[in-house]
Design a protein around this ligand. Sequence first.
Ligand code: F0G
Length: 383
Amino acid sequence: MRQGEAGSLKCRNFLTSMQKTRGTLGVISRYREYLPVTEATPIVSLSEGSTPLIHARELSELVQAEVYLKYEGLNPTCSFKDRGMTVAISKAAEQGAKAVLCASTGNTSASAAAYAARAGMQCVVILPAGRIAGGKMVQAYLYGARVVAIEGNFDDALRIVRELGERGHFVVVNSTNPHRLEGQKTAAFEIIEELGKAPDLHILPVGNAGNITAYWKGYREFYDLGRSNNLPVMLGVQASGAAPLYHGAPMDQPETLATAIRIGQPASWDGAMGAVKESLGEFDMVTDAEILAAQKWLASKEGVFAEPASVVPVALLLKIFQSKDHDLCRSKTIFSKLPANPTLVLTITGHGLKDPETASHALSEPLQAKATLEAVLKAIEVS
Ligand code: F0G
């Protein structure tokens, strides 16, 4: 073997072991052949995707199933949005775009701002004033976006963004941009590759309804390619104050403390309806009180801290399997039709640290003690 060959082999071995490390590849490098990119597409990536699929022991016991959490809060900007944003911003760069624009309840704007910064583009984000969680707001500013807060809700912001987008100065990177959904479908690919099959049931929060549309697309694509032999039932969960898909009609005044999904007129309405109908799934909803209880439960029982919108699937499972309100759940019958010991995947869409204000319901005054061992032992009642 010549010296150069040995060198390149060594380099290749190193790369293979690097690539085995979570987070080194990025969604486009990992799933290039399934995405709308070519040699001419400049790849704008922050090594997103390849997030952990965590087995949830307590939930599995509760539901009598194998329950897994697809923890999307471990993406570079701490939400699932990065999967779609790497594709949308790469395609915008390919078109020579100088500026991107989005409406957001906070996570899309954080992600758009980060990837635009990476691509050297300007980013404008339009947000509902006073209804964006603190962590997400800080991200938009730090990544250098121009932030506009409107006196209105997300649906108003998206209407304005669509109108502005038509003027041609900006590329819109909301999930109305089809490249976003292409990137987001890769989460379904990862789940199939890790489990060796699609789950029997997939549960996820639904707001603007892009993600449920994207997951269903991903599951279908791998099924059609023979990469999996089954399709999951899709169960979309909304907050009861912002549940247009559950009710089958848009809502004018959506309200929930899970601000990420405070949306009354989901843009991907048809995609979400299609996913639920074709998979024989359902939409269901949970209250804000149930969301807060589920957030604490998930963190303290499974060690996973998720933002309020991300725990609505957990809140639904707790409601069906632990509370006397289970008859209120429209999706209850789905569980009785699943095979014995079914496999469930819940998408945990965003990290808990995105929204420390809402999580502060769990805070209490710390125990006070003098700076001595004895005093600390006394405070924690260990003798
Ligand atoms: N979970 C989180 C944490 C979100 O930020 C969102 C949407 C969803 C769930 C719902 O996903 O819209 O695809 O149905 N956030 C958008 C945003 C609307 O602007 O960040 P969806």
